[in-house]
Design a protein around this ligand. Structure first.
Ligand code: MG
Length: 254
């Protein structure tokens, strides 16, 4: 009797062995390369829990709010800024960006719903990521913390308790308009709240307004950032922004 058992098994075994041998010994002569000539990605020294990356524009490092109009009105102490006497608007204008900021809602809980720990960060002064104390504080879902205001609730509620420091890492793609003012690309927002993705490349149907449905009004490619005073003593620290978020563009092969 054949050592391979039934004789019809032999060809199958030889074929399998040949496949393994060829597969494991053949050199890779056909590695895929796109041929695209890429510019070298710039070197950036990354930050850590308390420092920004080396290419960030620091808007608030705990000392002063001179990067903002009306910043001199806010109370600054112990490395944070507390809302007082109106919102603040960055002196510099921004379009596409990565924004980092930290905030704390008041430790002493006062009010409820939209009246409790309310502020907001307005990209380009028009597109609000809501800031609210949504820790055991029900309100309309597209108005709770980390909502795109009145457009999209956060995927989950990742709020920390009142008084605790929280982080927002926001990636914003500004809308584009042609010369006639027609929208050619909508705005997109990605929001990471305390390390949790709560908005994932959300396409905005327009500006976030309290009293109007969202719609676009044409504007330039860069506008100032605004942080809202909604009457609550909210605290902020470590605000920085990076503009270099566009994909590198390479040269395609001829
Ligand atoms: Mg708000």
């Amino acid at each position: 009797m054949c050592c391979f058992g039934k004789s019809w098994m032999l060809p199958a075994i030889l074929a399998a062995a040949a496949t393994v041998l060829v597969g494991s010994h053949s050199p890779r002569l056909d590695e895929y390369k796109s041929g695209i000539v890429w510019p070298e990605p710039p070197v950036v020294q990354p930050g850590d829990a308390t420092t920004p990356p080396s290419d960030a524009i620091v808007l608030f490092d705990g000392k002063d709010l001179s990067a903002f109009e009306n910043g001199d009105k806010w109370l600054i102490e112990n490395g944070y800024a507390q809302v007082r006497n109106g919102g603040i608007t960055s002196k510099q204008a921004f379009g596409d960006c990565q924004l980092h900021l930290e905030f704390a809602t008041p430790s002493k809980v006062v009010g409820d719903g939209q009246g409790r720990g309310n502020s907001g960060v307005y990209l380009m002064g028009k597109y609000e990521v809501q800031i609210l104390d949504s820790y055991n504080n029900p309100t309309y879902f597209d108005g709770q913390c980390a909502a795109i205001y009145k457009q999209q609730p956060p995927t989950v509620n990742a709020c920390r308790a009142p008084g605790e420091w929280q982080t927002y890492d926001i990636i914003f793609e500004a809308p584009r308009f042609d010369a006639a003012g027609k929208l050619t690309k909508p705005a997109y927002l990605t929001v990471i709240h305390n390390g949790v993705v709560v908005q994932n490349h959300f396409e905005l149907p327009g500006g976030t307004s309290w009293d109007q449905p969202p719609h676009y009004e044409p504007h330039v490619e860069k506008l100032p950032l605004h942080i809202q005073d909604h009457g609550n003593p909210m605290r902020f620290r470590n605000i920085w922004i990076r503009e270099n978020i566009q994909p590198l563009v390479g040269k395609k092969p001829e």
